[in-house]
Design a binder for this molecule. Sequence first.
Ligand code: HEC
Length: 147
Amino acid sequence: MTNTELLPWGACLLSVVSLLGAAALPGRAIAQTSPAGGPQTTMERLYSTAQAGRGEEKFNQVCTACHVVSDLSGSRLREKWEDQSVGDVFDFISNSMPDGDPGSLTKDEYASIVAYLLKQSGYPAGDAELPTDTTILAKMKIVPLPK
Ligand code: HEC
């Protein structure tokens, strides 16, 4: 949202304080200005580092039998899933992988693997974990990295 918010006068001091807070933490400002439930992009800190770490472990246990992570991340991920959502990646992996035993991981495990792929693709981590709710995941658009 780019519109300036109209705050009641009583909230002025509070808004100055929160602006200072936002300036001190520029990385956090992006996620906080996203309207809850609205469209998001993969630049908006959709997963946590801890979650991606769990995904990396699972990936190495299950997926490296057939894949190397670099084939499924970075420019390969962006080309394959261009104009699609994180939900599309999650749906494909959770419905089709591992090949021969699809759906054998929990939803949390699939989400952590998607978090790992986002991390390996250069998208920034934040405080929140990538959810398993496909309605929410479908609103998270895969975008190019800024130049
Ligand atoms: C037994 C081998 C095998 C295992 C294990 C496996 N995959 Fe796959 N995977 C494949 C094959 C074969 C394809 C191509 C099938 C297709 O395109 O429909 C594929 C395709 C994919 C794709 C689409 C890639 C692209 O760019 O076309 C993704 C993403 C993927 N796998 C992720 C995973 C993840 C994550 C895991 C671990 C949970 C996993 N796979 C485990 C065999 C495997």
